[in-house]
Design a protein around this ligand. Structure first.
Ligand code: HEM
Length: 537
């Protein structure tokens, strides 16, 4: 440990990192340990960097006696994100999502390029236009369901935890745009599965996401054994996990078979379910050749990417939207500005359907809504950190500084931190987002205006990393932003969002603590986005 500490001694050391930041234990006890002032805590924000007066802080990962450098520095992170051969993904940490095989997020180098080249062409402006039209269609279904609840309860407003509904919205959007599956809003766990299926589509995806960690932690022999004999305590759960993944696989087989048939019969247009079509076509090409052609996917990779996109394409966006809705309940002035923006677009209310051209016309007019979404994921980035393994000796730029009593950063000095091959660099997204060097002394406050450029101010692009950066940046960034802006504008145009009745008399800080509470999970997961919705006249 001592020699590992010496290797990164140019950065101040925070000591030993006892818990691997990407293991299940880090998620299980992430709220309490490491303590929030320590590096590696899910809730440390920028505190450890202030403690050490440096935007680069060293520590040693105990389980691998590996020197690790934590970075909350825009300049240093730009190098790490940009130099893809020196800083490679620590793919070990992505095994959890490799349930069905290798996929885009969990591969590196030539393998990763092969997956990315297959998927990338589907993420274009035509796809974003479909995201817009499908989101309008799906939020209308959601609003109709909300109105039905309101009418049933005979009340003027309803109170609900929006996360479940937003997960449903975002799942329906990725299923429709990416995979051509137009599922109904009404599906839930008790929906009778269609013939040949074990569960309805939506519930199968949610169950698989719910059981992601148990699935990754259960050895194959235990899964098989649980189907043959009674295993006390955990047997039932293991069987439920098996059931969920089998149910999802059956749906994926159906999606793939349909798409394959359409491709063979030449029935698909270039735009329809482009993501699925790309994956399927790559799987069909060169069937007899060895897997050396870049545009080729094995069956396992086809299913694994399908699962990955269903998961990554809805979970992060749903969590971000739920935090955003909680913020809108807490900050009525911000909500009013979104309403004003949305009213100009839709004076008669959100239309029941939208044409694909409305994306290009309306999206650029929702600048404040976009700023609000960005500000939400600055404060609550779903992915809070990314690990990279260092493959060659190199140096990383960072800064030393002092902090004044009002939180201002002072005496900033450039430093260069040498890192050796075999070390790990942890890109601390939440730390960077809370760094006052870029976001000012009020970096922890919610202010969408900081994402609006003016003549004298350009918001610091390099200090915003919610979608990562460089070649491994999120492939679905524009997809997520289009969908989220459309959901937020439509929701605010249709409903007034407020803090729920039982919190109204409480002090603001308590309301905030309650509505913005979260737990560590695959991503930062909101736990209590309970708001009151009243339909606007
Ligand atoms: C608010 C929503 C989203 C956020 C904040 C987000 C964030 C991120 C981040 C930080 C990464 C890099 C992860 C890493 O390197 O470990 C990433 C990668 C990825 N995201 Fe997203 N994402 C969002 C929505 C989406 C959507 C809607 C899709 C698909 C439709 C998607 C698909 C992916 C995929 C496939 C990757 C892996 C890309 C690669 O490694 O080449 N994401 N995302």
């Amino acid at each position: 440990v001592r020699s590992a500490t010496r290797e990164i001694s140019a950065a101040p050391s925070d000591g030993v990192l006892w818990i691997h930041p990407f293991r299940a234990l880090s998620m299980a006890c992430g709220h309490w340990f490491p303590f929030p002032s320590q590096i590696g805590s899910w809730d440390s924000k920028f505190r450890p960097y202030v403690k050490h007066g440096s935007t680069a802080v060293g520590s040693v990962l105990f389980s691998r006696t590996m020197p690790t450098l934590w970075l909350a520095d825009a300049e240093g992170i730009k190098t790490v994100a940009g130099e893809a051969t020196v800083f490679q993904k620590d793919i070990e940490t992505y095994k959890t999502v490799n349930i069905y095989g290798e996929n885009l997020v969990g591969t590196e180098g030539a393998e990763w390029r092969r997956h990315r080249r297959v998927a990338k062409p589907a993420f274009n402006e035509a796809c974003n236009a479909f995201v817009w039209t499908d989101t309008v269609r799906i939020v209308n279904e959601w609003f109709a369901a909300l109105d039905a609840v309101e009418a049933n309860q005979n009340k003027k407003s309803i109170t609900l935890n929006v996360l479940k509904d937003l997960a449903q919205v975002t799942l329906l959007v990725i299923s429709s745009v990416g995979f051509g599956r137009r599922a109904s809003w009404q599906q839930n766990a008790s929906t009778v599965p269609p013939p040949g299926q074990l569960m309805a589509f939506g519930p199968a995806v949610f169950a698989a996401v719910h059981y992601l960690f148990p699935k990754a932690l259960t050895p194959k022999w235990l899964s098989a054994l649980s189907e043959r004999m009674y295993i006390p305590v955990i047997g039932r759960m293991v069987r439920d996990v098996n059931h969920a993944y089998e149910a999802l696989k059956l749906h994926m087989v159906e999606l793939v078979s349909l798409s394959r048939a359409w491709v063979v019969e030449g029935k698909v247009s270039n735009m329809d379910a482009a993501l699925l079509r790309n994956l399927v076509e790559a799987n069909m090409e060169d069937e007899d050749a060895a897997i050396t052609s870049y545009k080729n996917l094995t069956d396992d990779e086809l299913f694994s990417n399908t699962f990955l996109f269903l998961l990554a394409g809805h979970e992060t966006t749903a969590h971000s939207l739920a935090f955003a809705v909680a913020y809108l309940a807490l900050y009525p002035d911000v909500q009013q500005k979104i309403y004003d923006e949305a009213f100009l677009l839709w004076p008669d209310g959100v239309p029941k359907t939208a044409s694909t051209s409305s994306y290009g016309e309306l999206m650029p007019r929702l600048l404040y809504t976009l700023a609000t979404f960005h500000e939400t994921i600055r404060l609550f980035p779903p992915v809070i950190r990314i690990s990279k393994l260092v493959h060659a000796d190199t140096t990383i730029k960072a800064h030393r500084f002092t902090t004044t009593s009002n939180g201002d950063i002072d005496n900033v000095q450039d430093i260069s931190v040498p890192v050796k091959a075999g070390s790990m660099v942890l890109v601390d997204i939440r730390g960077l987002h809370m760094n006052p060097m870029y976001w000012g002394p009020d970096a922890e406050s919610f202010k969408p205006e900081r994402f609006i450029d003016t003549e004298s101010y350009k918001w610091p692009r390099d200090a915003f990393l919610a979608f990562s950066a460089g070649p491994r940046a999120c492939i679905g960034q524009r997809f997520a932003v289009t969908e989220s802006v459309c959901v937020l504008a439509s929701l605010v145009r249709t409903y007034e969002i407020s803090v729920p009745e039982k919190l109204r008399a409480k002090p603001f800080e308590e309301q905030k603590r309650s509505l913005l509470s979260w737990i560590p999970g695959i991503t930062m997961a909101p736990t209590n986005c309970v708001v009151s919705l009243r339909r606007r006249s």
